[in-house]
Design a protein around this ligand. Structure first.
Ligand code: ATP
Ligand code: MG
Length: 252
């Protein structure tokens, strides 16, 4: 199963990606985390790696070369890819957790991020997973990835919603865009401090026909780890993410 984690900037996409990945590893699944956010670069630290993987963009010859070919249908040579096909420098491993990164914007005036969008889309479409493997894609903030078709190869869209008006608005937009691609969408509430806030948020999302499958509390362990750029496991948020994973696996 390939899951994309999306939502408003700062809502907790990377944190939820890490929590779900750690939960999936603890259940013995092969977990591939795909860093598809071209701006932020700290996901490898959240996952406990010392260094990031070499971006896949380098595998296809860099952004300039890919840009020349971006309107050709087959960007990666093979029709189907499995995790084993990804060269080791592009796929780093730690305790059953695997991480790849599509690419990052590094220089000013280097041009738009479209080639990375193309690469993300093609990679996710071609990726074939084994029975006990799961891919979790940490998306860029907002809705542009739908416009770029990055979610085409995704089985399930997970919306991260924090308690803010903007986050609900982005969730509604994503629901519409994902439904237009016939993708199943569910929401996970994040940074929740009270039952009252959870109910309010859940009510708002229900009106928009968005089902909530999990509630992740505002957890100091997550907050501090994010501040210090390190991994986190255990604690309330980790426990709550386990329930989200249960839900995802049941429906798989
Ligand atoms: N469950 C949580 N409990 C406490 N703090 C949290 C939680 N989830 C996220 N945060 C806080 O929110 C911040 C943003 O989280 P995160 O980086 O995961 O968001 P994001 O959606 O990936 O952001 P971006 O759009 O920039 O990629 C973190 O630095 C952390 O301080
Ligand atoms: Mg992020």
């Amino acid at each position: 199963m390939k899951i994309s984690v999306c939502g408003k900037g700062g809502s907790g996409k990377s944190a939820l990606t890490s929590l779900l990945a750690n939960q999936a590893v603890s259940r013995g699944l092969g977990v591939l985390v795909v860093d598809s956010d071209e701006s932020n670069s700290g996901l490898f630290k959240m996952l406990g790696f010392e260094n990031p993987p070499v971006p896949l963009m380098e595998l296809v010859g860099g952004k300039k070369k890919l840009k020349e070919k971006m309107f050709q249908p087959n960007i990666l040579a093979e029709n189907h890819l499995s995790i084993e096909d990804i060269p080791p420098q592009h796929l780093i491993r730690r305790n059953g957790l695997m991480l790849i990164s599509i690419g990052k914007i590094l220089y000013s005036l280097e041009g738009c991020a479209c080639p990375m969008g193309v690469l993300s889309r093609e990679f996710l479409k071609k990726l074939r997973l084994g029975k006990n493997e799961i891919a979790i894609v940490d998306m860029e903030a907002g809705v542009e990835h739908f416009g770029r078709g990055i979610d085409e190869g995704i089985d399930r869209v997970l919306l991260v919603v924090e308690p803010s008006f903007e986050s609900i608005a982005v969730a509604e937009k994503i629901k519409g865009l994902a439904s237009g691609m016939n993708k199943a969408v569910s929401a996970v509430l994040n940074k929740i401090d009270s039952e009252k806030i959870a109910q309010k948020l859940e009510g708002e999302l229900k009106i928009k026909d968005i089902e909530v499958i999990g509630i992740i509390p505002n957890d100091t362990l997550v907050f501090e780890a994010c501040l210090e750029g390190r991994s986190f496991g255990g604690g309330e948020a980790f426990h709550a993410a386990g329930k989200v994973l249960d839900d995802l696996l049941i429906e798989n």
